[in-house]
Design a protein around this ligand. Sequence first.
Ligand code: SAH
Ligand code: SF4
Ligand code: F3S
Length: 474
Amino acid sequence: MGTINPRPVYDNEGTEEAIRQRKIIEDLKTNPKRPKSFFLSTMGCQMNARDSEKLRGILLSIGAEETAEEKADLVIYNTCCIRENAEQKVYGRLGYLKSVKRKNPGMKIALCGCMMQEDAVIEKIRKSYPEVDLIFGTYNLYKFPELLETVLESDSQIIDIWDKQKEIVEDLPSVRKSSFKASVNIMYGCDNFCTYCIVPYVRGRERSRKPENILAEIKSLAQSGVREIQLLGQNVNSYGKGLENPISFAKLLEMVQQVDGIERIRFMTSHPKDLSDELIEAMGSLSKVCPHFHLPLQSGSDRLLKAMNRHYDQQKYLDIVRKLKETVPGISLTTDIIVGFPTETREDFLETLKVVREVRFDGAFTFIYSPRIGTPAARMEQVPEEDAKKNFSELLKVLEEIGEENNRQWLGKPVEVLAEEHSKNDPSMLTGRTAHNQLVHFVGGSRLIGQMVEVIITETTPFYLIGKQKNLLD
Ligand code: SAH
Ligand code: SF4
Ligand code: F3S
């Protein structure tokens, strides 16, 4: 676990509100009713992971200790609703929590995150889950100290959901998961309304943070030892458009490149429709920007891309890939793919496979389409589940073959790995990532965690690489 970050100086990011919440944090420290222990479960994407770092920072600041199980004074689920199974998981956990609370009536249960921005969910919890004490959403996460204070004094269910963001408030404690690798939000929300996706409804309109605030945060992270930065946004390519002094994402990367101490810069996610030549050139010229690009394809079929409201076609996607490969030789490419989107035919799916084979992705997040209430695609003609499942396993097979072939090229080659942690299956091994974002396992001790280690690849699999430290080889 990392340390609480030094307080960076920001201007104009809801400073007054941050001061108010910070004051409540001070009061909570001496409040006898404050939770002494908490359990925090985070579902979903890196946006939620980053939000949880903020919740954790607040709770540790008031002196609560984190537990690994749900037996705690406060249990928080930071939820996701991108697919139905993410929601089912939450209801499943709530059923279990009910029995935990029966044995420990003093415990408080809080729910937050994207799922709480859905009206139907709030209705269901209000009706069927009275044991939940506090519900808040994605726009008012920074109000958590105040909400917590209220809930400690109350026996009724408190629901505080906003339907949009009032201001960006950043200046609160936050505990980063790692002390050498950190995510930084550069923008919030999404304006793209892909027809299958719920994110624009639960995360609201696109809002960029000012570059000077982002840089202040990154500089303070670098001073505390962070070497790798991941810039986060649902669509980083449209970063900076709504700002008073608009700037491009490529320009922001140039600024981050200047920060001393930062050695690697990554970002997520890029939408192909807004991907500029300026960004591709920046990828080629900025030494700290990693040679890895995550470029969600979703589908290779022009007809489906249109129905998804993605604003690019197969040709445009392949053109971007060609330019990226020309500008950054050896670049690693990863993607997101949805199988079973409404009306998808075998021919549509074969177009996706065609792109997969042509691009030769180094990795992919693959999903079976899940209808989300309120999105246009949920009202389109759905496809039989068996067809989607069959295509899905075929896609996995092809991706695995390509992954295996791609990874084999690394055999015998030296790579630089930022060692992150002990391997889950074998504690004598360390796990880390190369600049190309390849996962590497190698034998090593704790003192290497957080260091850049030279490793020679000795074995490959479709999904990860195995190596030996260079200075240990005979
Ligand atoms: N903003 C990012 C993606 C965020 S969601 C982008 O545009 O790329 C992450 C991934 O979840 C998406 O890329 C998509 O592949 C998948 N996804 C989103 N909604 C989905 C749904 N209803 N069913 C299945 N997969 C979905
Ligand atoms: Fe969802 Fe599309 Fe926005 Fe990504 S770009 S978050 S897939 S609406
Ligand atoms: Fe992320 Fe899930 Fe919300 S994917 S933005 S946590 S709906």
